[in-house]
Design a protein around this ligand. Structure first.
Ligand SMILES: [Zn+2]
Length: 415
């Protein structure tokens, strides 16, 4: 199969090249979720792109059918920093622990992290005495280098592999956490990863899991960064196309529910854990059109119910603000038509680079959360609802007196 480095409308399955793709869910045209606007930019035209999920009838992959040019989605000034998300720091420490427990790591082994952001995961490996190297296209690479985590600032490519092999040799572990679904050419990605491996190497990836997205109705995790929503069936298909074996997998809580998979070069048996998870996918009908269409219907209903609840709260004279502002909250806001006429502002922790900017498409100002404690608006919409319980406790303990609105899976006001 030829190497495809495409952008624009996707006519064939991103994994198996099958032209028969079935439309599952359309979230309309949406802007790039991390493209926050300055006040000045509010006076300029803004681009929006189709955001539609389709499914491949052959390998089962659920995927977007429109791919935006990567340099637009991940510009150098991309605002996300892994080190700001406590849950991810914990997850990465746990991943480093788990990997160390597997027993095949020696001090000085090379760990390469693809899409390493600010080096949070590699820091955990470095502390265990490994050599670490990151590959990261955005300015987060500068942050990593400044804290002593050697990072190449570039998109991961055949050239990165050449550089790494020449200077450092093959990697014992290659990680791709929350990035394996982001790189537009799945075939080249796997080829490049394989080129960095020797017979001992293990590739570990973490991606949001289709099972979690469907079970919890997390349609807000759909945005242009996530080109493929993985499940084990298509991942296995992808690995086997390049003679890699899916050897192990586990469900983890990162990013609202993810799947962590382990792969090796050559032929190896699947662990009992993978076999069980694959059986569970089958039992849940995860790749059946019927299941996916039901998910779409639930999504459309949830969106309308949320909007109706917010309009009711607004009509009663209440001010509504949002907690917090993220990629996923921008999908929820944009798709649900919740804009600056409904929400006064979104709150972010002090120091967030989004403060002072406006959300893409919906143009809601992002402010320091201190404003919320001072103004005490009647309602706070918990946009980070996947960590809602924890967030509500924190905001309450810090003095917010209003009501919380949970947007999903069923929109409701909680006092
Ligand atoms: Zn396919």
């Amino acid at each position: 199969m030829s190497v495809r480095n495409y952008t624009g409308f996707v006519k064939r399955c991103q994994i198996c090249n099958n032209p028969e793709l079935t439309e599952i869910l359309s979230l309309g045209h949406q802007p790039i979720v991390q493209h926050y606007l300055t006040k000045q930019e509010l006076f300029s035209p803004e681009s929006a792109y189709p955001l539609t999920l389709v499914q491949c009838g052959r390998c089962g992959l659920v995927q977007l059918n429109y791919i935006i040019e990567p340099s637009k989605v991940f510009p150098a000034d991309y605002p996300y920093r892994t080190g700001m998300t406590n849950m991810l720091i914990k997850n990465f420490q746990e991943l480093a622990e788990t990997t160390a427990r597997l027993g095949f790591l020696k001090k000085g082994d090379l760990i390469v992290d693809i899409g390493s952001n600010d080096g949070t995961l590699l820091q955990a490996f470095k502390e265990k005495g490994m050599r670490v190297l990151g590959v990261e296209p955005t300015n987060a690479a500068k942050v990593a280098n400044a804290r002593g985590i050697k990072t190449l600032q570039q998109f991961f490519s055949a050239n990165s592999v050449k550089t790494i092999l020449k200077k450092y040799g093959p990697a014992r572990i290659i990680t791709a956490t929350n990035v394996f679904a982001h790189i537009n050419d799945a075939a080249s990605l796997v080829k490049n990863i394989k080129a960095l491996m020797d017979d001992e190497s293990v590739f570990i990836s973490e991606s949001q899991y289709l099972m979690d997205i469907i079970e919890k109705l997390e349609f807000d995790t759909i945005y242009h960064e996530h080109l493929r929503i993985y499940s084990l069936k298509p991942i296995r298909h992808l690995f086997e196309m390049y003679n890699l074996s899916l050897v192990d997998a586990e469900r983890i809580s990162a990013a609202g529910g993810s799947i962590r998979v382990y792969a090796r070069k050559g032929k190896y048996p699947m662990s009992t854990r993978v076999k069980k998870l694959m059986a569970a996918e089958k039992k849940a009908g995860l790749h059946d059109e019927k299941t996916l269409m039901l998910f779409a219907q639930k999504t459309y209903r949830a969106k309308n119910d949320l909007l109706a609840l917010l309009l009711k709260c607004k009509k009663s004279g209440g001010r509504i603000v949002g907690l917090t502002s993220s990629a996923r909250s921008n999908t929820l806001l944009g798709f649900s038509h919740i804009d600056n006429t409904l929400l006064d502002y979104l709150c972010e922790k002090k120091g967030s680079p989004k403060i002072g900017l406006y959300t893409p498409g919906t143009h809601i100002p992002v402010v320091d959360e201190a404003v919320l404690f001072k103004e005490q608006p009647e309602y706070a919409l918990v946009l980070s609802w996947h960590i809602g319980e924890e967030l509500i406790k924190i905001m309450r303990s810090r003095g917010y007196k209003g009501k919380f609105i949970l947007p999903l899976p069923v929109a409701k006001v909680v006092s």
